[in-house]
Design a protein around this ligand. Structure first.
Ligand code: FAD
Ligand code: NAG
Ligand code: NAG
Ligand code: NAG
Ligand code: NAG
Ligand code: NAG
Ligand code: NAG
Length: 576
């Protein structure tokens, strides 16, 4: 319970300030949206719900006294000016707790079975255990689990009016604390927002889905689409950060092959963004992450896959193969990936602490229905014929490769992901491996639950061009003139008391690696968002032209900066 005297004082101060603010913001307008706008609250009097919550909490009028007199009619829109007033109130009055309480109770009133407060069994079930990494555990004031865009539309209005902190979690595969969570605020967890609908030439995927279900539905219909390479990963985070797929060499990032996004904006409107409607928002969402709204559906282009693909996992347990593996990886990046764009190679160099051994974990993929890697994968498949022989390579339904890789994924460990980019360079790849091997393994390799990976992923000119062909994305890679390599470090361990030491070594590796890349004139300033470290500002790395576009789109669709200011974590647009 909040002290009433504090609230009363805050209100007086807040209100007097609001009076001064109106004139300044009179020009702030709501976006003119292309196409139909839906709202999920046509018959709900949101003011009445907020008032009921306030009364129950003994904080009468905190939010509702500051709403305009004509606000509250079912279906009315909230104007940017109204929100601006409330934001001023928030700044001048109290911290998040009272606003979080008003929002949570309002959600509970409207959606009793979809809202769970701290301490309830649904809260315990929906919250932490569903997240991939235990580094992300927090205590939101309540967890809201919608099942439709309408639910989110309604909730978004309550959240925006009550000015609480909030966040949204999709598949929960981010490892950064607070990136998909909100301490003391509202956490919208999308796991109930499910459904994969096959349409002609595309699939409508609700954003509570993970890739496994998407691929199963595609396989059943003998189709393929770009998506994550492991079944357990969430759809929304991956797509909004770009998304690397088995089909990326030909078709670019997963986001590039999105036909339409359905999005709930800060004011509760449910809108579509595609090449024809809200095209600026459409482009922004392809890499712009959680900065513009809550994406409720992603429509992915599909292609026929009548007879399956040739794909499988190769494990190299003999480090004498490593020199050949590096040659094959480099040649694949610079030749194979361009020569046959229907192929893909995951080249992960792993240290498995439990076994005390180094291991290459490669996934070779080719979109053909015969057991043949073709010229592009020949060198990889010839590194060690015994390895290829005992691999899981086979002609199979497209989606089963991601399910095979996902089957080993485990929730609840300590996890860290980070990446940086270089131009493909064979000597550098070897050096980066050794920087990692000599800095990380002797110090930490035997820690409980330790597993470390350094992976090398090509982004070819063709992949970048595929994005341009679909109208462009936000990633800012159009200027690339040669193959770039994303270097991706993933580490897991069991004991939180080892966090500091392992993270310090990882920081050391990043610094040394980037210095080495710069010394070889092979450094590329891009940080791929989906693996990026908290401080690496991936959106800033898209370059000024992209950042400027993102700023304009944010100001237009979210004029009060709800997604910039009220969402405590996530990669933001720098300079907003
Ligand atoms: C095991 C594993 C395998 C991976 N494989 C690949 C791969 O093959 N290719 C690849 O490119 N990446 C891959 N990644 C990286 C992956 O893309 C990111 O971890 C991504 O964030 C996962 O999305 P999510 O929905 O599970 O994440 P979440 O943690 O739920 O969300 C990530 C971010 O997106 C925001 N967000 C979530 N849902 C929405 C929404 N509906 N609207 C707006 N914002 C939203 C969150 O607030 C958060 O900031 C992998 C990661 C792991 C751990
Ligand atoms: C809050 O409002 C309710 C109903 O309007 C009223 O019964 C109650 O006394 C009010 N409480 C305070 C603290 O003003
Ligand atoms: C909505 O509720 C508020 C507060 O209870 C009330 O003042 C207002 O008249 C209601 N609006 C409509 C259209 O019913
Ligand atoms: C995969 O190959 C099949 C058969 O050649 C082709 O029809 C399909 O378009 C390809 N898929 C993609 C996504 O390129
Ligand atoms: C591969 O497997 C076949 C039989 O399945 C076997 O005859 C051959 O010797 C194997 N080759 C290697 C290099 O292990
Ligand atoms: C890793 O580094 C150690 C020295 O610390 C070296 O002996 C070993 O050969 C390296 N491993 C590989 C696979 O190169
Ligand atoms: C990054 O590493 C993770 C874990 O090893 C792996 O699943 C993912 O595919 C890698 N990404 C790239 C781009 O290689």
């Amino acid at each position: 319970m909040v002290r009433l005297s504090t609230i009363a004082l805050g209100l007086v101060y807040g209100l007097s300030n609001v009076l001064g603010v109106v004139a300044d913001t009179a020009t702030l307008t709501d976006p003119a949206i292309d196409g139909a706008v839906n709202v999920g609250f046509p018959t709900v009097n949101i003011t009445a719900v907020l008032a009921e919550a306030e009364n129950e909490l003994g904080v009468n009028g905190t939010v509702t006294d500051n709403l305009p007199a004509d606000y509250g009619a079912p279906g009315t829109t909230i104007s940017a000016r109204d929100l601006e007033k409330l934001q001023e109130l928030r700044k001048r009055t109290f911290g998040n707790t009272v606003f979080g309480a008003i929002a949570c109770l309002s959600l509970k009133i409207l959606f009793p079975s979809k809202t769970a407060a701290v301490g309830s069994s649904n809260y315990a079930q929906w919250n932490n255990p569903s997240f991939w990494s235990s580094t992300t555990y927090m205590t939101p004031m309540c967890v809201f689990r919608p099942v439709s865009a309408d639910d989110i539309s309604c909730a978004m209005r309550i959240i925006a009016l009550s000015q609480t902190d909030f966040n949204v979690v999709g598949g929960g595969h981010s490892a950064i604390k607070g990136w998909a969570n909100a301490e003391d605020g509202v956490l919208i967890i999308l796991s109930g927002l499910t459904g994969v609908k096959i349409k002609s030439g595309y699939a409508e995927v609700s954003t509570g889905e993970r890739w496994g279900n998407v691929f199963t539905a595609l396989d059943q219909n003998k189709l393929m689409a770009l998506g994550g390479r492991m079944s357990t990963v969430g759809v929304p985070g991956l797509v909004l950060g770009g998304g690397i797929s088995y089909l990326s060499n030909n078709w670019g990032f997963v986001a590039d092959q999105v036909k339409n996004f359905e999005v709930v904006l800060a004011n509760g409107w449910v809108v579509n963004a595609n090449a024809g409607a809200n095209a600026d928002l459409f482009r922004a969402l392809k890499g712009g992450s959680s900065n513009f709204g809550i994406v409720t559906r992603v429509d992915l282009y599909t292609w026929p896959c009548t007879k399956g693909v040739y794909s499988g996992q190769l494990y190299f347990a003999d480090t004498r193969d490593y020199p050949k593996m590096f040659d094959a990886v480099y040649n694949y990046h610079t030749v194979g990936a361009l020569q046959d764009t229907q192929t893909h190679l995951i080249s992960a160099f792993v240290y498995v602490g439990a076994l005390g051994m180094h291991m290459g974990a490669f996934t070779a993929f080719r979109n053909v229905s015969v057991p043949d890697g073709g010229p592009a994968l020949k060198e990889v498949l010839e590194i060690n014929p015994a390895v290829t022989n005992s691999s899981t390579l086979q002609v199979r339904p497209y989606g089963t490769q991601a399910i095979e890789l996902g089957s080993g994924d485990m929730n609840g460990l300590r996890q860290d992901m980070r990446d940086f980019s270089v131009y493909a360079d064979k000597e550098l790849y070897k050096e980066l491996f050794q920087i990692w091997n000599t800095t990380m393994i002797p110090k930490h390799g035997s820690k409980t639950g330790f597993m470390g990976t350094i992976a090398f992923q090509p982004i070819t000119i063709k992949a970048v061009a595929a994005g341009v062909a679909r109208g462009g994305n936000s990633l800012g890679l159009e200027g690339n003139t040669k193959t770039m390599g994303i270097i991706n470090l993933t580490h897991q361990w069991a004991d939180p008391s080892h966090d500091a030491a392992i993270l310090a070594s990882l920081d050391e590796i990043m610094t040394a690696s980037i210095a080495r890349a710069k010394a070889r004139n092979a450094y590329h300033p891009y940080f791929y968002l989906n693996y990026a470290r908290k401080q690496d500002n991936p959106i800033g790395s898209y370059g000024t032209a992209s950042v400027n576009r993102l700023k304009i789109v944010s100001k237009y669709y979210d004029p009060c900066g709800i997604f910039q200011d009220r969402v405590p974590g996530g990669f933001k647009i720098p300079g907003l």
